[in-house]
Design a protein around this ligand. Structure first.
Ligand SMILES: Cc1cc2nc3c(=O)[nH]c(=O)nc-3n(C[C@H](O)[C@H](O)[C@H](O)COP(=O)(O)OP(=O)(O)OC[C@H]3O[C@@H](n4cnc5c(N)ncnc54)[C@H](O)[C@@H]3O)c2cc1C
Length: 594
């Protein structure tokens, strides 16, 4: 049976020692968010995840969702768990207090989301999407729509979906064909088919609120002609949650899929369904991007959560399973064999997992804190800088952490050996569940294009400085200092950082002449950037424990930092070489290969 225990020690280390979470309470609107409150909420969330959500993860996967004449049944126990979740206020954690949300910091929300995704990713999809709809409406809808929908989305009695994808329109949303015709009374009639819609139909909530991308009559082609509509499954009759007629939106089928089987993935047919415009006509992509940017970070957190639970199981198994002897003599001579943990190759796998997860957690939470600063810091210059930092790091967090989620889950299967391939172990589910995170919310290839095509050139490279400057300063300070341990760690990081800087200018210049050059380098560049970011996190963590050698995690952090710099950071050399090799072997020169 798989196990999960929220990694509270490491969470506390990142929040308290690395990020100084006490600064949250200095920001207007978060005065009550002292570290004590943070940890109270996290402790409660941990209990919920361990005791309510995690026990339903394997059974939910085995049972899956069931489609029955337009209705979808979630697996046994999901309804009760959802009720407990909503009644506990978890659906409204970081939501707008003006409509009943708790308005807690995004950083705190990141921590809770990580634990939810470790415990039961498929369950987490339902409230996760609702949160995205909340964000889009909160920023872009008019007051009447907000009053009618937000309180119900926040208290969890209604849920939300994002309806972008159509059979012929996935990464390229400019191809969306769904139409919206004005009905003459301020509403619209929405017609079209959306596919792969997560939480599109289910039995957890009284109503489902769809946010739909569609085209108005005469709208320009491509993404410039797309508008956003709110289309509820049941039409509200008032602002108090009253529900009337069934709208003309039906679930035609659910997908049978590789992972997250307890999350319904639906074909939705809109047949002249009643909807209302959200935001301005033809500006739907802007509004949807609000939702997608938050959702991209949330999907990165999904990768982190899955990696954590997979690693915990691999680590435990490696300590229990007895096979072979340590090469330099038996470690457990009274046993028939030593535990897997003694073998260098198993240690390599476990340390790889640990280094990626803890570095990834530090990076993700740093971005979470930056979101809070971007929204709440009293100094507008700080708000602007943090806003740019979040924009830069969003595709990196999404793609890097979901790749980590899949790779770490895959390594967990390897650590388990044959047992890992068997359902009962529970770890093969993590591989299957992790795979989709690399695809939805914009594939990781699309994230890489966003990084090189939009974020890199934006404001003449100003976004990049939000990461490059602090890292350059920290490296310079360590190298000028007298701590040989930190200098040992910073030396390879400084070289990798140099590669990242050279790769950045090379891509920027070559890309100006030939866009294929930038696009062909994009995925290697995102990985190079991500590894340098993880290295920067490990240097920071090492600095913390060098200053506090009595910290209970000091030895573990230092050992893992050394492992990361020596064994994982060298991947940057290979990525750098691939970037510098340019596009010719991919494009023109490779015409004969495909
Ligand atoms: C389980 C599940 C849940 C989902 N939930 C939702 C949901 O709730 N709402 C929703 O709207 N959608 C949802 N999706 C859809 C998902 O977001 C899309 O599948 C995803 O965006 C990719 O689109 P596509 O499948 O059409 O692939 P395609 O766009 O056809 O891409 C195929 C491949 O080509 C690459 N590619 C495409 N275009 C380019 C390009 N210009 N440059 C370089 N490479 C490119 C992609 O990276 C990918 O590797 C879900 C999908 C699944 C499977």
């Amino acid at each position: 049976m798989p196990r999960y225990q929220a990694p509270l020690d490491d969470i506390r280390f990142v929040l308290e020692d690395l990020l100084d979470v006490g600064q949250e309470a200095n920001m207007p609107g978060f005065e009550e968010m002292t570290p004590d409150i943070f940890f109270q909420v996290i402790d409660e969330g941990a209990k919920l995840c361990e005791q309510v959500l995690f026990p339903l993860n394997q059974s939910g996967d085995a049972e899956g969702c069931v489609f029955d004449q337009g209705e979808v049944r979630t697996p046994a126990g999901f309804k009760e768990a959802y009720r407990t979740f909503a009644e506990g206020g978890w659906t409204g954690l970081a939501c707008d207090p003006a409509y009943g949300g708790q308005g807690l910091p995004e950083l705190l929300n990141f921590v809770v989301e990580e634990m939810i995704c470790s415990a039961n990713l498929a369950f987490g999809m339902y409230p996760g999407l609702t949160r995205g709809v909340h964000n889009a409406l909160d920023l872009h809808a008019d007051e009447a729509i907000k009053r009618r929908y937000l309180p119900r989305l926040i208290d969890g009695s209604w849920s939300g979906t994002m309806c972008l994808t159509e059979p012929h329109s996935g990464s390229d949303l400019g191809l969306v064909r769904t139409r919206a015709e004005p009905a003459g009374d301020g509403s619209y009639r929405v017609t079209g088919t959306k596919i792969f819609i997560s939480a599109g139909e289910h039995d957890l909530t009284a109503n489902i609120v769809h946010l739909v991308l569609a085209r108005l009559p005469g709208a320009p082609g491509g993404t410039r002609g797309i508008s956003l509509f709110i289309v509820p499954k049941l039409l509200p009759t008032d602002d108090e949650g009253g529900l009337g007629a069934r709208n003309e939106v039906t679930c035609g089928a659910i997908e049978h899929k590789m992972g997250i089987r307890a999350s319904s993935t639906c074909v939705l047919n809109f047949d002249g369904a009643t909807g209302w415009l959200v935001g301005e006509a033809n500006k739907g992509m802007r509004a949807m991007f609000t939702m997608m940017n938050a959702a991209r970070l949330a999907v990165g957190i999904q990768g982190l959560g899955l990696a954590e639970v997979a690693w915990q199981n691999a680590r435990a198994y490696a300590g229990e399973r007895l096979q072979g002897r340590a090469l330099k003599g038996a470690k457990c001579p009274d046993q028939p064999a030593d535990p897997l943990l003694v073998h260098p190759d198993v240690r390599r796998m476990l340390l790889t997992q640990k280094a990626l997860i803890e570095g990834g957690r530090a990076l993700a939470y740093w971005v979470g804190l930056a979101i809070d600063r971007a929204e709440h810091h009293p100094d507008p210059k700080v708000r602007e800088a943090d806003n740019e930092f979040v924009a830069l790091m969003t595709p990196i967090v999404k793609a890097l952490l979901t790749d980590i989620g899949f790779d770490v889950a895959n390594l967990a299967v390897q650590v388990f050996g044959g047992a890992g391939y068997i359902r009962e172990s529970g770890v093969e589910q993590y591989v299957r569940d992790a795979r989709i995170t690399q695809i939805y919310e914009g594939t990781n290839g699309i994230q890489a294009l966003d990084l090189v095509g939009r974020k890199l050139p934006q404001n003449m490279g100003r976004l990049l400085r939000r990461f490059f400057h602090p890292v350059a300063e920290e490296l310079a300070a360590v190298m000028a200092g007298a701590d040989p341990v930190l200098i040992e760690l910073a030396t390879p990081l400084a070289k990798a950082f140099g590669r990242l800087q050279t790769a950045t200018t090379t891509i920027a210049f070559k890309g100006l002449e030939d866009p294929d050059e930038a696009a062909a380098a994009a995925s290697d560049y995102l990985r190079l950037f991500g590894l340098v970011a993880l290295g920067a996190m490990w240097l920071r963590m090492a600095k913390v424990v060098q200053a506090r050698p009595d910290h209970p995690l000091a030895a573990s952090k230092l050992a893992t930092a050394r492992f990361f710099m020596a064994k994982l950071l060298p991947e940057t050399s290979g990525r750098f070489a691939a970037i510098m090799a340019g596009a010719k072997t991919v494009m023109a020169g490779a015409a004969a290969a495909l």
